[in-house]
Design a binder for this molecule. Structure first.
Ligand SMILES: *[C@@H]1O[C@H](CO)[C@@H](O)[C@H](O)[C@H]1NC(C)=O
Ligand SMILES: *[C@@H]1O[C@H](CO)[C@@H](O)[C@H](O)[C@H]1NC(C)=O
Length: 424
């Protein structure tokens, strides 16, 4: 017995070495790239001048090819804060925002050198590429740890704040799958079902201070800049939630994705064309662990603050649907499904997502978790109608590739990707 134990121990230590090296390299890079962000903190300006909003009004009333939106009394909103949460179908929303922004030549606040704003550090507007105090943007949508006051400095006062939540149990399962190898404390978990093992005794594998540990507890709370280690019954949990409900004009729910998009379209005064989508960054179903009721209950309890958050916004979501009109919602969802299905037939070879190894064109290959290739993508139809080629390409393009197409330098992200793929 001790022999076996010794051997597994040696193997896991050997497994750790590349990681330790990797994290050191990343830490070094991080330090090298961070200092510029400290300089321009803490100054005067609170929000963008109104002149920015007025200036942009013009571009928002541009003629639309779409008869549907012309008959509407509102004009499309162009100033948007999308708080991109982790593992919530937010990549699909990002693709929608990228396409809209590109089409209307809107100004994005992008990160520099990577695809997030120094996550998990709290957001600072100085992390935005080419930021100078007073500089204003139309859209902020990359991963960040939310800080309302900092975000507000970048956007005109009429900006619409939107985010998306997902059932915290499924989110936890997904986050565990995607990130557990990046949380050193979990390397000690043995056995096949690491997630169940973790939930059986979380205290053994979790510490609030441990590196990357936020990925494994109340990740939504953490993303919103709140304390992810609060007890669900702590009054600060509800206070945090109430604060968020004052900040965000609309909170989407991933489980009701189409309904969410219809509410978004309504709020932003967009057309159905603007919200067509293919599901991006989805996992192979074989890589998704089916949790038994007992494990689900444990996951829910472990992520109690996120559960409160989700319950709160799920309730307000359905109140919104009711106000919108339940029948009207059904019609709109059916229309959207029909249009998406038609686009699928036009754009996608074989009509559905395939595993990463089967994606022929490198531009459409999505980013993979460490040591896995469970994220699916699409092949563009070989005999694609030339009229649809461009729109189809955009709809199929994963986040990192699209960011790069929009001119964002991603050297740090790519270096990390290269290291991760070389070692695994
Ligand atoms: C809620 O917002 C108030 C006022 O902005 C702030 O003082 C308080 O710390 C916030 N509470 C939480 C839990 O985030
Ligand atoms: C969300 O709200 C809907 C409508 O009230 C309800 O049917 C559903 O069970 C809720 N989901 C959760 C996880 O509470």
């Amino acid at each position: 017995m001790p022999g076996i134990k010794g051997r597994t121990c040696a193997t896991s230590i050997r497994g750790l070495i590349p990681w330790i090296l990797l994290f050191n390299i990343m830490l070094l890079l991080y330090c090298l790239t961070s200092p510029s962000q400290v300089k321009i903190r803490s100054s005067h300006e609170d929000t963008c001048p109104l002149s920015m909003a007025r200036l942009l009004k013009k571009s928002s009333t541009m003629p639309s090819q779409n008869a549907e939106s012309q008959t509407q009394a509102c004009s499309p909103k162009v100033n948007i804060m999308f708080m991109k949460t982790h593992k919530t179908a937010s990549s699909t929303i990002l693709n929608i925002l990228f396409r809209f922004g590109e089409k209307h030549q809107l100004k994005f606040a992008f990160p520099d050198g990577r695809n997030d704003f120094f996550y998990p550090s709290p957001f600072l507007c100085s992390q935005v590429k080419d930021y100078r105090p007073g500089e204003c943007f139309n859209i902020v949508c990359n991963h960040m740890r939310f800080d309302h006051r900092e975000v507000a400095k970048l956007l005109p006062p009429d900006a619409v704040y939107v985010t998306i939540l997902r059932d915290p149990v499924d989110l936890f399962e997904s986050s565990f799958h995607y990130y557990h190898r990046a949380v050193p404390l979990t390397w000690r978990i043995s056995g096949e079902n690491k997630l169940a093992e973790f939930l059986n005794n979380p205290q053994a594998f979790y510490s609030p201070e441990a590196y990357n540990s936020f990925y494994l507890k109340n990740l939504l709370f953490f993303d919103f800049g709140l304390d992810n280690n609060l007890d669900a019954d702590d009054p600060r949990v509800m206070r945090g939630i109430n604060n968020l409900s004052r900040r965000f004009h609309l909170v989407l729910i991933a489980e009701y994705f189409e309904e969410s998009l219809i509410l978004l379209k309504d709020l932003l005064c967009w057309s159905t064309d603007d919200i067509l989508y293919f599901k991006l960054n989805a996992r192979k179903s074989s890589s998704v662990s089916r949790l038994d009721p007992e494990t689900r209950a444990k996951a829910l309890q472990w992520n109690g603050a996120d559960w409160r958050l989700y319950q709160h916004f799920n309730a307000s979501f359905w109140a919104r649907v009711e106000a919108y009109g339940t029948e009207r919602m059904k019609r709109e969802v059916n229309q959207l499904r029909g249009r998406n299905a038609a686009m699928k037939a036009i754009c996608i070879e074989g009509g559905e997502a395939v595993g990463a190894q089967k994606i022929q064109d490198g531009r459409f290959r999505p980013w993979q978790p460490v040591g896995e290739s469970s994220i699916m993508g699409y092949n563009l139809r070989k005999d694609i109608d030339p009229r649809f080629k461009t729109i189809c390409e955009k709809m199929l393009t994963p986040e990192i590739e699209y960011l790069s197409n929009l001119g964002v330098s991603l050297w740090l992200t790519r270096l990390w990707g290269w290291l991760k793929d070389t070692i695994y």
